[in-house]
Ligand binder design. Sequence first.
Ligand SMILES: [Mg+2]
Length: 243
Amino acid sequence: VAITTIGHDGDDTLWHSENHFAVTTERLVELLHPWVEEPTGAGPVSTEEMLVSIERRNLALLGYGVKSFTLSMIETAIEASGGRIPASAIEEIMGWGRELLDHPVELLDGVAKTIETLSGRYELVLITKGDLLHQESKIAQSGIEASFDGIEIVSEKDPVTYRRVLGRRSVDPGRFVMVGNSVRSDVLPVLELGAHAVHVPYQVTWALEHHDSTTGVAPSFATLGSISELPSALDEIEARAGS
Ligand SMILES: [Mg+2]
C-alpha cells in the first residue's frame, strides 16, 4: 500500500509557538507575584497551576489559541488576586495577548527544505487547531503555504475530526501519515483510525497536550529528533506497509 497523503501539524511542528506561551506565562507569574502567596506543600496552588486549570475549564467553551489563553490569563489574575488586580494589570495582560498574535512566524529548523522535498512526492495537508484568524495569518506568513494541497483549521484533533478530514479528501487511512509534536493530538487519534503517525517532539509541551503514558502499548509510531528525518521515516513506513 503506497502512502499518498501526509498531514502536518502547524504549531511546534512547522513553526515555533509554545516557547512564546511559556515566556508569557513567566511574565504572568511575575506580575501576580505580589498577590499570590508562595505555594507550600499542601497549600495554595501556584499561579501556573491555576492558569492551567482555568485553561482546562475554559477549553470546551473557548477552544484553543491566543485569545482563549489571554482570557484565561485575565481570569487567573482576577482569581489569584481575590479581585484586587487593577485595570492597568489587565491592560498589560491584554498587551501580551496582542504581542502573541502579532509575533512573526519562525519556521523550525529543516522545515522549509523537508516540505519542499515532500511536496513533489505526496499530497500535503496542513491540519492545525487554534484561532481561525491567527492560524490563517501564520500560514500566510509562513512562506510554505504554496507547498500544501490543502489546509484544515479544526477545533479539536480527535478521531472524529481526522475521519471527517480524510473522508472529505477521499484518503484511505492506510495511505495517510500524520506528523506532529503532540502524541495526544497528532498521533493517538490517527492511529485509532488505522492511519500512520510520526512524532516530532518540540522543546516544550503545553500542559494540556500532556498525555497518559503509552508504556505497555507496543510503540506503533516513530519518534524523530528533527523533521529533517521525515523523508526516510516515510520510506520506512511505506516499506513496512508494503510487506
Ligand atoms: Mg502542535
